[in-house]
Design a protein around this ligand. Structure first.
Ligand SMILES: Nc1ncnc2c1ncn2[C@@H]1O[C@H](COP(=O)(O)OP(=O)(O)OP(=O)(O)O)[C@@H](O)[C@H]1O
Length: 243
């Protein structure tokens, strides 16, 4: 199995704060890795560097063997990595269907102008995350947090990623919605999708991952199976310290 994502010796500083401290980890194709750590540990900052929304001070990020650090965010999305946001970021003036359409847009500007929207695929993606047909025309302002998170998933899936970074996809969801998104992630795993998942909902996270890494103040403190990481003394101290 080839390596999908390789993060090596990543460092990110915000002034005097070291938010990512010489962090290295890799994901094999089709693997699902949990990234855990208390509030402020630096999880979202890692996602932002992988996507190119933040530039690392040093270190490398390789996607399927190619260094992607010099690429723009849209170029990285085209290369096959896509993320959801902890705070959903829909286009406010666009409906559910139109938000998904943005993710489905072809790279080529001319194709974008001449191709009609793929409404069948928009509907398919919306239904797969749990929307009803009647929801397609709804505007983000009408959506509850659970629906906004579902829209994040659908928009991310629309870019046809090979590696998906999921940031707190369960926050604010009902038990039923968590089950629905979990089922969706599991079915994508069966189809070979590679995942890096951040979640404070550890019971929901556990069945979705093959391995976990724990970070504190940007530094990796444990790596292993979910139970190995959760039983690690440094991880337990880190969570207790964060309460
Ligand atoms: N743009 C920024 N400028 C300055 N400091 C930042 C910036 N973004 C994040 N930080 C700091 O970097 C550290 C890591 O933040 P980050 O949001 O990555 O943590 P996190 O693990 O995702 O937290 P949470 O679980 O609360 O979402 C924190 O101390 C945060 O205050």
């Amino acid at each position: 199995m080839s390596t999908a994502l390789q993060v090596s010796n990543l460092v990110k500083r915000f002034g005097g704060l070291v938010a990512t401290n010489n962090l290295s980890f890799s994901l094999k194709e089709g693997e699902s890795l949990g990234l855990i750590g208390p509030n402020g540990a630096g999880k979202t900052t890692v996602f932002s560097q992988i996507m190119g929304e933040l530039r690392q001070n040093s270190g490398t990020i390789e996607l399927f063997g190619d260094e992607i650090s010099t690429l723009s965010t849209p170029q990285r999305i085209r290369a096959g990595v896509s993320r959801t946001y902890q705070i959903p970021r829909p286009f406010g003036e666009m409906s559910v269907a139109e938000n998904i359409r943005v993710g489905l847009m072809p790279d080529n500007i001319w194709q974008m102008i001449v191709s009609p929207p793929d409404t069948r695929r928009e509907r398919e993606l919306a239904l797969s995350v749990g929307f009803l047909k009647a929801d397609l025309g709804r505007m983000p302002t009408e959506l509850a947090m659970g629906d906004l998170r579902k829209l994040e998933m659908a928009r991310t899936m629309a870019t046809a990623p090979k590696v998906m970074l999921l940031d707190e996809v369960f926050a604010g969801l009902t038990t039923g919605e968590i089950a629905q998104i979990s089922d969706l992630i599991q079915s994508m795993r069966k189809d070979g999708m590679t995942f890096l998942i951040v979640s404070h909902d550890l019971p929901a996270l556990e069945p979705l991952i093959d391995r976990a890494i724990a970070i504190e103040r940007g530094t990796m403190i444990a790596e292993g199976t979910f139970s190995e990481v959760m039983n690690d003394k440094a991880v337990q101290a880190s969570y207790l310290g964060g309460v």
